[in-house]
Design a protein around this ligand. Structure first.
Ligand SMILES: [Zn+2]
Ligand SMILES: [Zn+2]
Length: 189
């Protein structure tokens, strides 16, 4: 059996059911922890018509039994194939999502660290893959810019204004156009 208090390395990488975490070895032993690591494939995930998660998402984390309460911490990271919403430039964007929750067998014994999310175990198992996937998806930015001061594209010729001015005149405001038409009108004789 395992040594009491030892950190049990729990490698799920070669497990066919990647992401399913069996926490029974530490469920009733305060002080013990279990670490895990696996990869998620989110390449099919659609975000605004694009699929930016082209590379595997590396998930790693730990479940600790703290005085009888199981707390799970994980981080999911990858490099996105991002596309600037303003100028359309594609660029690699490092992305890291952190997530933590309390694992409990039932709602009664789940009074963990206050307002931490509570996730119920099913037969001593937690679906860490699903937790990581959900946390990662919720953490995706709705707007991605190649830089905070991206100038975007010219609305008239489509040139990338980050690469310099295109020479187009700014679009005249229709209200000013009406006014200048009035001013240009020949004076009444
Ligand atoms: Zn841009
Ligand atoms: Zn232009």
């Amino acid at each position: 059996m395992f040594d009491k208090g030892a950190d049990i390395p729990y490698n799920m990488q070669c497990c066919p059911d990647a992401g399913t975490l069996d926490v029974r070895p530490i469920l009733y032993t305060p002080g013990r922890s279990l670490s895990f690591r696996f990869t998620l494939n989110l390449s099919d995930m659609d975000f605004g018509g694009r699929r930016p998660v082209t590379r595997p998402v590396e998930v790693s984390g730990t479940v600790r039994n703290r005085a009888g309460v199981l707390s799970l911490e994980l981080s999911a990271e990858t490099t996105l194939d991002a596309c600037c919403d303003r100028c359309g430039k594609r660029f690699p964007l490092p992305k890291r999502t952190a997530f933590r929750c309390t694992l409990a067998e039932s709602l009664q014994n789940g009074d963990g660290d206050g307002d931490e999310e509570l996730v119920l175990l099913q037969d001593g198992q937690a679906d860490a893959g699903e937790l990581a996937r959900t946390a990662f998806v919720l953490d995706m930015d709705t707007k991605i810019l190649c830089s905070e001061d991206c100038k975007g594209l010219c609305p008239r010729c489509g040139a990338n204004l980050n690469e310099g001015a295109c020479g187009c005149q700014p679009e005249p405001d229709p209200r000013w156009a009406a006014l200048s038409a009035l001013l240009d009108a020949p004076d009444e004789p």
